[in-house]
Design a binder for this molecule. Structure first.
Ligand SMILES: Nc1ncnc2c1ncn2[C@@H]1O[C@H](COP(=O)(O)OP(=O)(O)OP(=O)(O)O)[C@@H](O)[C@H]1O
Length: 501
């Protein structure tokens, strides 16, 4: 494997000035550079030697750079390809990534980005490729250990799961954005993590963002960071998700919930790969691989004018679909066992046996909340069970046919003995005789939590209704539920889930 200090690079561009500029930039980095002015010369170069990286302009006098890419893929060659596309030509960029390009750069090429793309390509360089479809990025070396572990966390032997795991491995190696579609609770976040862990970015950060949970007025600062004083309350410089994910993967969950104004800003960052923090003068280059997910019908949102088509196009270079649990019923026993083992390990308790009646009871449920719902049912049964075996009765099975899909209300974090009991708004710290709380933020959080719990309880845990009662919108209440760690029945640990609305 070549190191970035002495890589061999083929540069293909018909404009002599640009060719020289790229060549000098890369020579200065210590690379060996060969140049070509058209497809024909490039083919001659490729016939003579193997390169680590191939950088090609899209428009060449005798054809498209894309053709070269396809020839490299068809010939099972190992060159990592970087394509230079015209500014604003999203189609070409997307086409290139689909044809197996490692990355693309937009004209006018920023030389820092050129160097960065080459460094990334060299980091991801691997052994000769096995025969794989030419239209998909490829991998032949096994994923790193963290990737193997992440794939193992995706439990299932159904063909749809085996297939998605194989695709994750293949697509992980490129920079191409990945869009994961699937119902709630089908493991989209697990898939996103596996993409990251199987990539050469595995040692970098994985930042997961729930786009639907951030109040609209904070969203820009959250994504791009803010300088001290950029807005009221910005008392120090803070980095955004993009800066935090530099060198790694940014997972944009519930991308369909991103407000339109923010969609335009996100598109710009994706195209230019630079972000400007709120209040900053300068833009910073960011090296981030994007993985997005949604349970919503994104093409329908595009049709309805609620999601930008150009952004959809950019995000959906590689599509993955997580199967609903009802479409892979054969995996339920395996999943139930794996989830039980994980839940018990987390709780530090011995793993009980799942009785065959309990398993049959689970198999008879519809489980519209998919694996998450299965997990919730198991968690509840573990809490109710007594002894080394989980019986159907531990799942709330009463003998009649009605499935108990909603767990009992969960304990009020403020009043553990009584589920969701509303605690009157008495200042917790003032009770003890002190006139002022010693921790104002905690005191206010406790009060807010009580108000939210009361509203949720009175609205049957429907967050949309509870939000309306409090003069909030759904996005705001979700954000608060998540921030305060409130657990909504039907979505333990996932206060932002849609299951309860
Ligand atoms: N194939 C699987 N194997 C093991 N656990 C799984 C699998 N799929 C999902 N889970 C578990 O189910 C829960 C929900 O998964 P995850 O959060 O990844 O789903 P999601 O599709 O992102 O849901 P949402 O759309 O609601 O955000 C998690 O605890 C996850 O570990």
């Amino acid at each position: 494997m070549s190191t970035s200090a002495s890589a061999s690079i083929l540069v293909v561009d018909d404009e002599p000035d640009l060719r020289t500029l790229y060549e000098l930039t890369l020579l200065r980095e210590g690379h060996a550079v060969t140049t070509a002015a058209n497809l024909e010369q490039a083919r001659e170069g490729l016939a003579q030697q193997r390169f680590d990286v191939l950088i090609t302009d899209m428009q060449l006098p005798d054809g498209l750079g894309l053709t070269l890419l396809r020839e490299v893929a068809d010939g099972q060659r190992t060159e990592k390809c970087i394509v230079i596309t015209a500014f604003g030509s999203a189609e070409n960029a997307v086409e290139s990534l689909k044809a197996g390009a490692f990355d693309y750069l937009t004209k006018p090429v920023d030389l820092r980005q050129l160097r960065g793309a080459v460094t990334s390509a060299l980091r991801g360089q691997r052994a000769p490729l096995a025969a794989v479809p030419a239209n998909e990025p490829t991998r032949s070396a096994p994923p790193p250990p963290s990737g193997v572990r992440a794939l193992a966390r995706l439990v299932g032997q159904a063909p749809s799961i085996v297939q998605i795991k194989a695709r994750i491995e293949k697509v992980a190696t490129s920079m191409a954005p990945v869009l994961i579609l699937g119902e709630s609770g089908t493991g989209k976040e697990l898939v996103a993590r596996a993409v990251h862990e199987c990539s050469h970015r595995a040692s970098g950060p994985f930042i997961a963002v729930n786009c639907g949970a951030i109040p609209e007025n904070l969203i820009e600062a959250e994504f791009f960071g803010a300088r001290k004083g950029a807005y009221t309350g910005a008392s120090a410089d803070r980095e955004g998700y993009f800066q935090a994910a530099h060198g790694g993967t940014l997972f944009l969950d519930e991308i369909g919930d991103l407000p339109l104004a923010m969609q335009a800003k996100l598109l710009r960052v994706i195209q230019e790969r630079r972000v400007r923090s709120l209040g900053a003068v300068q833009e910073d280059a960011v090296d981030v691989r994007l993985v997005s997910a949604t349970h919503r019908d994104l093409p329908a949102l595009v049709q309805a004018g609620q999601f930008r088509q150009d952004l959809y196009y950019r995000l959906n270079v590689i599509g993955l679909r997580t199967p609903a649990l009802r479409d892979r019923p054969e995996d339920l026993p395996l999943l139930a066992q794996a989830l039980l083992e994980r839940l018990c390990a987390e709780a530090g308790q011995a793993v009980p046996e799942l009785s065959s009646a309990a398993l049959a009871w689970l198999q008879a449920r519809e489980l519209p909340g998919n694996v998450r719902e299965l997990e919730n049912l198991l968690q509840r049964a573990l809490a109710l069970a007594n002894g080394p075996v989980l019986h159907a009765a531990d799942f709330g099975e009463t003998g009649d046919t009605e499935p108990a899909t909603l767990p009992d209300p969960l304990p009020d974090p403020l009043a553990a003995s009584e589920p969701y009991r509303f605690v009157p708004l008495s200042p917790p710290e003032a009770d003890s005789g002190e006139s002022l709380p010693s921790d104002l933020q905690r005191y206010l959080d406790d009060q807010e939590r009580q108000v939210l719990l009361k509203a949720l309880q009175e609205c049957g845990f429907n967050r949309t209704a509870a939000a309306a009662r409090l003069g909030l919108n759904l996005r705001q209440i979700r954000y608060r539920i998540q921030r305060l760690g409130i657990v909504v029945p039907g979505a333990p640990g996932h206060g932002d889930s849609d299951a309860a609305d």
